[in-house]
Design a protein around this ligand. Structure first.
Ligand code: PLP
Length: 265
């Protein structure tokens, strides 16, 4: 992206806050910093949360969310936007309206629905808004298997089913997909599957015996950071998958549960 503008490309996360610091906005900003990309944030939802679960959720007024997004676009040169927990259909429409107005060069959509702890992070009636408003404006969507199942309305049981699902998500309006394989059976290896209109690629990593929290947030924000650094989309995804694996290898368990948070440094 050649430009005479001296400002560095920044990454903006529009997502939820995790008071436990492992997922959401907190994971996104740590990931941007580890990539040496200046991070901006617009809080779409706030969670009261620790390693054992979510205890409360607050959704600020959408006018205030829009003010945060507009403030970021009014001053910074934004190379990529990462979308995470958006909580409700009303928030999704507000975010889609803001992106229609500002037209950032790249959008990475992590279709956050349910936390690993089981907490619901997206209202039931918001799925259709996500599919209709956000899927078409995202450059890539990064579901895990349960999220892809909800987006497609069918089960995914193995690697072949996952690869077929990436094609179906393109038909449903996504421009590119990175389907995370962590929930699929398989002891030794986990496989993330990338697909766009031209190619399919598989990113393989040894499966680690760690119950990691915030891996999906970290993956999507690492893709956004790599796009700001000039990688093309498949390379940004490959590098992001490596980044999450490395951060998971060094994860620590800061709370009372077995749940681990990633190490970004
Ligand atoms: N909390 C917030 C604010 C999130 O955005 C997310 C993830 O996407 C989570 C919690 C759940 O993270 P995990 O499923 O990795 O535990």
């Amino acid at each position: 992206m050649a430009s005479s503008d001296p400002r560095p490309l920044c990454a903006l996360t529009i997502a939820g806050s995790d008071s436990g610091g492992g997922a959401g906005i907190q994971a996104d900003l740590k990931t941007f910093a580890a990539h040496r990309v200046h991070g901006l944030s617009a809080l779409a939802a706030l969670t009261a949360q620790h390693t054992r679960g979510v205890t409360a959720v607050h959704v600020p007024p959408t006018a205030f969310l829009r003010a945060q997004i507009d403030a970021c676009f009014d001053d910074f040169r934004i190379g990529a936007v990462k979308l995470g927990m958006l909580a409700t259909a009303e928030v999704i429409h507000a975010v889609a309206d803001a992106l229609d107005a500002h037209r950032p060069p790249r959008v990475v959509l992590d279709p956050v629905m349910v936390a690993t702890s089981g907490a619901k992070l997206l209202a039931d009636d918001a799925l259709e808004a996500l599919r209709v408003r956000l899927l078409p404006l995202a450059d890539i969507v990064t579901p895990n298997v349960p999220e892809a199942e909800l987006l497609l309305g069918r089960g995914i049981h193995d690697q072949a089913g996952a690869e077929a699902a990436t094609g179906e998500l393109l038909q449903a309006g996504a421009r590119a997909v990175l389907l995370k394989g962590g929930h699929l059976p398989g002891d030794g290896e986990m496989v993330d599957c990338f697909r766009d209109a031209e190619r399919i690629a598989r990113f393989r990593h040894p499966r680690l015996p760690v119950n990691g929290h915030g891996t999906g947030c970290t993956l999507a924000s690492a893709i956004a950071a790599n796009l700001c650094l000039g990688h093309d989309l498949p390379d940004a995804c490959a590098a992001a998958a490596d980044y999450v694996h490395g951060a998971l290898r060094q994860a620590c368990r800061p709370g009372r549960s077995e749940v681990a948070v990633l190490d970004h440094f």
